[in-house]
Design a protein around this ligand. Structure first.
Ligand code: SGN
Ligand code: CA
Length: 528
């Protein structure tokens, strides 16, 4: 054993950990600290930064998330590589873009569990690993000492879980509480306490159709939200944006999304909503009906005009989303309180993020998928273990492929050469690296599919974004994010921006080569 390897052993007490670290570790990431570092990674679904008061104070208060940000760091330029659940999860686990991990979309892919993931490498290095909640990768988890996942998207009420013994069990209660109960129970009773641990808490909330816990239904009813300025976007110069089916006014379902169930009314997704409601036990159903019945009666009585209806839908959407979010914020607080009470905070990296961002009425939309800002971004806040002293905002461009190398380096495990992300550790240690990336790559594949967002790839620098929509369309878009942060004015094709577009195309191709994406921009065909 060389000095570097033996240098790590001072912090490990368990025999297994010692043996494993001896073969895999490089250097300790927390010199001077006596305890090994744990990782608690909390990932929610569709939680966007506009709906977190540590990012945006316009709409909602999230005191527990704010506490996490206040005690740690807030990434202000955090992005995903492919704004959809399964692909994001695959990017996160592998540290690679979709073209490399081969999980391109939610509808056609099965995650190849034989491939390298960070939990597998941590486990090999002596970590206790666990994942609880939404998995959404079709194949079952691999590389975990403990796992309990929800099938597919999961259910908000009295949900089913698939256990690692391959049984499907049902638990009584509300999903966000149940996932947190299981996570705390694993930390308290099920893990080997002489080994460091990595726990992934993957919430189902706040995914569509935003069903809140009955105890939170009455919240926020007195709030009225300003509509985003571009709610009634006409999509001029943006044919792919015009072709989507994720408009609050047009596509949001009155019954399934907005809960206006009525025996005389039909909607496309009524039966799915009835199926979800059928999961509620009598007490839950009574509380649900007590809350919604007067709202339903008032709504069908009112006979709103088209414009009034769009505003009404937006207000209900915002309220439902916030009520569902309330449980998440509370449960993040429970995890933080547990870690504090157990004296674990000082040697644990606590991460909070989402599988992608989401539209809260910007461009008139809900959902995600597009490379436009609201959905390419994802919130990312971290509470750092003792010894890492960066605080406040981290402004560098980071992406969800960076999480895997970060966690490995934190654990002192060699980051495999083929991982495409970059470890965030130098940023967290305040080293201000000189050569951090200047541009991010993005590629979305799920078309034709629900919401009809066309295939596209693109590049985002600090200031500009260039997008190419392809497949059944050939359309470029260019935005100056400094002068047009809402991405309303497509500058592509304007003489004044020709050289910027060309430079970005060159950089885009470089990224496609670097990440070895076989679906790439062809300069020859572009000239035709
Ligand atoms: C479901 C939703 C979609 C959503 C996808 C993907 N429809 O299919 O609105 O875009 O999930 O979301 S629903 O009628 O079933 O609610 S993801 O976050 O899992 O990628
Ligand atoms: Ca999602």
């Amino acid at each position: 054993m060389n000095n570097l390897q033996s240098g790590l052993l001072y912090s490990i007490t368990g025999a297994t950990a010692v043996a494993a670290f001896a073969s895999c570790a490089t250097k300790p990431s927390n010199p001077g600290q006596q305890k090994p570092l744990n990782i608690v990674y909390i990932m929610t679904d569709d939680h966007t930064a506009q709906m977190m008061s540590c990012y945006d104070t316009r709409y909602v208060e999230t005191p527990n998330l704010d506490r996490l940000a206040k005690e740690g760091v807030r990434f202000t330029n955090s992005f995903v590589a492919n704004s959809l659940s399964g692909p994001s999860r695959a990017c996160m686990l592998t540290g690679k873009h979709s073209c490399a991990n081969k999980f391109y979309d939610n509808t056609t892919c099965v995650f190849d569990t034989a491939q390298q993931t960070f939990p597998k490498l941590l486990q090999k290095a002596g970590y206790q690993t666990a994942v609880i909640g939404k998995w959404h990768l079709e194949s079952l988890p691999s590389g975990f000492n403990y796992w309990e996942i929800v099938p597919g998207q999961g259910d908000y009420y009295n949900p089913r879980f698939i256990t690692q013994h391959n049984d499907t069990i049902q638990k009584e209660g509300y999903i966000t509480n149940l996932i947190t109960d299981d996570a705390i129970d694993w930390m308290e009773h099920k893990r080997a306490k002489d080994q460091p641990f990595c726990l992934l808490i993957h919430h189902k909330a706040i995914h569509r159709n935003w069903m809140a816990d009955t105890c939170n239904l009455a919240l926020y009813e007195d709030k009225t939200f300003p509509m985003p300025d571009n709610f009634f976007d006409d999509y001029a110069g943006r044919p792919a944006a015009a072709a989507q089916e994720m408009s609050i006014a047009k596509d949001m379902d009155m019954i399934y999304d907005l809960k206006m169930l009525h025996p005389d009314k039909e909607s496309r997704l009524k039966s799915l909503y009835e199926e979800y409601l059928g999961r509620l036990n009598p007490a839950q159903r009574a509380a649900w009906d007590k809350f919604y019945t007067p709202i339903i009666e008032e709504f069908y009585h009112k006979k709103l005009t088209a414009k009034e209806l769009a505003n009404w839908k937006f207000q209900r959407y915002m309220r439902d989303y916030m009520k569902t979010l309330k449980s998440l914020d509370d449960n993040v607080g429970r995890v933080l309180d547990y870690l504090k009470a157990e004296g674990l905070l000082e040697n644990t990296l606590v991460v909070y993020t989402s599988d992608q961002g989401f539209y809260m009425g910007e461009h008139g939309w809900f959902d995600k998928r597009f490379m436009y800002e609201e959905s390419m971004r994802t919130p990312l806040i971290m509470r750092l273990p003792t010894g890492m002293n960066r605080r406040g905002d981290v402004t560098e461009l980071v992406q969800n492929i960076d999480y895997a190398p970060t966690f490995l380096e934190l654990a002192g495990v060699v980051v495999p050469q083929d991982m495409q992300g970059a470890s965030l550790l130098p940023l967290l240690k305040n080293e201000r690296p000189q050569h951090w990336r200047k541009a991010l790559y993005y590629h979305f594949y799920e078309f034709p599919a629900e919401h009809r967002v066309k295939r596209h790839y693109g590049i985002r620098t600090e200031r500009y974004k260039l997008i190419h929509f392809y497949n059944d369309i050939n359309w470029w878009e260019l935005y100056d994010l400094q002068t047009d942060p809402s991405e309303m004015h497509n500058l592509y094709g304007q003489k004044a921006y020709e050289s910027i577009a060309n430079e970005l195309k060159t950089e885009l191709l470089k990224l496609q080569e670097q990440y070895n994406d076989p679906v790439r921009f062809s300069p020859e065909r572009d000239k035709e």
